[in-house]
Design a protein around this ligand. Structure first.
Ligand SMILES: [Zn+2]
Length: 212
């Protein structure tokens, strides 16, 4: 998928990405949420409850950073509520100011691979594909952080903020147990690639376990 990473309005790209992820089975129904920055203090995020295979550019809510540093939905553009998981995107943009986009999907491989986590870390196999996550080393020894799933999403976001502020991950990924994966990057293109690579690695892990 080709993105214009310098676009001033990323919504059409997010529509395309959601359709692609929906077709992969990673955004079944209204699952998952995608966001992209407009500038340092604003981002678009998918509205709550929209069918991800059939989004339009109207299915987004603009979130702005207030003078207090808190994020909130832009009142003049708020025709519907933002994604219920907006607080996780806010945490990612606060923790990683260079992040330009954040994609979160609910895929079967992510949930199955997550079952192999130990001590809230998931060890990734040392695959060549890891280079695509920005880690150019031989035999990479990579763990991604795994978080407990709570009904109250701000509790998940608070744990992400607390843990990743002290221990930033070596690759731009996190997992929420029995829920899904979140990827971010410094462009739409890199975020898309990070998510695709994560899903490749998770599918590999699931297939490898079946061979044991
Ligand atoms: Zn989710």
């Amino acid at each position: 998928m080709l993105f214009d990473d310098h676009t001033s309005d990323p919504r059409t790209h997010l529509v395309q990405a959601a359709k692609h992820f929906y077709q992969k089975g990673w955004m079944a129904g209204s699952a998952g949420n995608l966001s992209a920055k407009i500038d340092e203090d604003k981002f678009w995020i998918t509205a709550s409850g929209c069918a991800k295979g059939h989004l339009t550019t109207k299915d987004f809510v603009q979130i702005e950073r207030q003078n207090t540093g808190e994020w909130s939905a832009s009142a003049k553009l708020l025709s519907r509520p933002p994604s219920a998981e907006t607080s996780i995107h806010q945490a990612i943009y606060d923790l990683f100011p260079q992040a330009q986009a954040c994609f979160h999907v609910h895929s079967i491989p992510a949930n199955l691979a997550g079952l192999q986590a130990k001590d809230q870390q998931l060890q990734l196999p040392p695959l060549e594909m890891i280079k695509g996550l920005g880690l150019w080393v031989e035999n990479p020894n990579v763990q991604i952080p795994v978080f407990a799933n709570y009904l109250d999403v701000p509790t998940i976001a608070a744990e992400i903020r607390q843990r990743l502020a002290n221990h930033p991950p070596t690759v731009p990924l996190l997992l929420i147990e029995n829920h899904g994966v979140t990827a971010w990057g410094n462009s739409l293109t890199s975020t898309f690639h990070h998510l695709e690579i994560a899903e490749y690695v998770f599918a590999y892990m699931v297939a490898r376990q079946q061979m044991e």
